[in-house]
Write a protein that binds this ligand. Structure first.
Ligand code: FE
Ligand code: FE
Ligand code: MG
Length: 165
């Protein structure tokens, strides 16, 4: 923990740490949902879908790393047990039990839309109080907005390919 770095935070640090740990749990669950989805995917444009899901899995793991680093800087502890991710998560976990690409994409679009809401709320919470967390949340939000658009573009391409466009 950096003492001066913590001192300049103009809000309740314990409240902020809880918000960060909830996002940390979300990122791990999103990582696993994408990672497993990429393994099981079946259906039209499978190769393109798998490539996108794997790229997003990598991004979500990087987000988990960013959030963990910020939790540690603030003197907190990232959730230590995977079982506790479910207790903290905002966005939950949609198991890829149906491997059809359109089903996987719909589940992940829903997850991205939730993540966009989470980081927008983090930005609003920290904008006047904690520029470091604010900057991190802004960087992650930019990725989540890109993720949503990438997935929706794939959904559209599949629709067109199937003559439903
Ligand atoms: Fe993320
Ligand atoms: Fe994402
Ligand atoms: Mg992408």
């Amino acid at each position: 923990m950096g003492t001066k770095g913590r001192e300049i935070v103009g809000m309740d640090v314990d409240q902020l740490l809880e918000v960060l740990n909830k996002a940390f749990a979300d990122e791990w669950l999103a990582y696993y949902q994408y990672w497993l989805g990429a393994k099981v995917a079946k259906g039209p444009m499978k190769e393109a879908v798998i490539a996108e899901l794997m790229q997003h899995a990598t991004d979500e793991l990087r987000h988990a790393d960013m959030v963990a680093m910020r939790i540690l800087q603030l003197g907190g502890t990232p959730v230590t047990k995977p079982g506790d991710w479910y207790k903290h998560t905002n966005c939950g976990y949609d198991a890829p039990d149906d491997p059809y690409v359109e089903k996987l994409l719909a589940q992940n679009v829903k997850g991205e839309q939730c993540a966009i809401g989470v980081y927008k709320a983090m930005i609003d919470l920290t904008k006047d109080a904690d520029p470091v967390t604010y900057n991190m949340a802004l960087q992650i939000l930019q990725d989540e907005v890109e993720h949503e658009e990438d997935l929706q573009a794939l959904v559209e391409d599949i629709q067109l390919m199937l003559g439903r466009g």
